[in-house]
Design a protein around this ligand. Structure first.
Ligand code: FES
Length: 109
């Protein structure tokens, strides 16, 4: 197995309706994951990019759907299906994170 250049983690955690923290799954995270998987298949970059849906919460639920790109330690917030192609082209292929989607730094304070 090749070591990937990028590994994308998409939070797809699901909490019950009415849970005070909500969850990424309630905000269409599965569509985000599916779009990453579709683009990976389309571009056939399997040896360079891994895509994983994560069933466990990644932390900042209020900013979900949350996407993390390693090893860059880049965190994206409120990602929609419509944002995925831009992350794929600009960051995963082009090497430049998509500034407008970055997680606010105060989340990590
Ligand atoms: S449920 Fe996705 S970050 Fe917590």
């Amino acid at each position: 197995m090749p070591k990937p250049k990028h590994h994308v983690f998409i939070c797809t955690n699901q909490r019950p309706e009415g849970h005070p923290r909500g969850s990424c799954a309630q905000k269409n995270a599965m569509l985000v994951w599916q779009k990453f998987a579709d683009l990976l298949n389309e571009k056939m970059l399997f040896s360079e990019i891994f895509v994983s849906g994560v069933r466990s919460c990644l932390g900042p639920c209020g900013q979900g759907p949350v996407v993390v790109v390693h090893p860059d330690n880049v965190w994206y917030a409120n990602v929609t299906e419509a944002d995925v192609a831009e992350i794929f082209e600009k960051h995963l292929i082009g090497g430049k994170p998509v500034e407008r989607l970055l997680m606010p730094e105060e989340v990590f304070g």
